[in-house]
Design a protein around this ligand. Structure first.
Ligand SMILES: [Zn+2]
Length: 123
């Protein structure tokens, strides 16, 4: 048996692998991208795979003068392994991750985004 903590819209996420001068870890939040409280559990909106981990503009390279350059914004959907669905919708959970497309580091969900952790237990 394993228990996963499901992520809500508003959960925090982090992307690593950036130059230290830019802030090695970029912070972001899970945002509603499908314009739907498609799935709720006990009244809280779950982050589904129609939503996105949004990372505001952050640097990915250092210029010859030592400044931070190559700014990009990322909107990412974490990989799911194994998949978890609620009412047929694939949902995000804390610890789900994917690759930062520019830094090559890991972008992952680091908290549930709510005071009441919602868990899903499966065999
Ligand atoms: Zn990045």
């Amino acid at each position: 048996m394993a228990t996963d903590t499901l992520a809500l819209v508003g959960a925090s996420c982090e992307a690593t692998g950036h130059p230290s001068v830019c802030g090695e870890t970029a912070s972001g939040t899970v945002q509603d991208a499908d314009n739907a409280a498609a799935v709720t559990l006990d009244g809280d909106g779950l982050a589904t795979h129609g939503d996105r981990m949004h990372f505001p503009s952050h640097g990915h390279a250092v210029s010859p003068t030592g400044g931070c350059t190559d700014y990009q914004t990322h909107d990412l959907v974490p990989d799911q392994s194994p998949p978890i669905t609620v009412d047929g919708n694939p949902v995000m959970r804390v610890g789900d991750s994917t690759t930062d497309p520019r830094s090559g580091g890991t972008a992952s969900i680091v908290d549930a985004g709510g005071t009441n952790a919602l868990t899903h237990t499966h065999g």
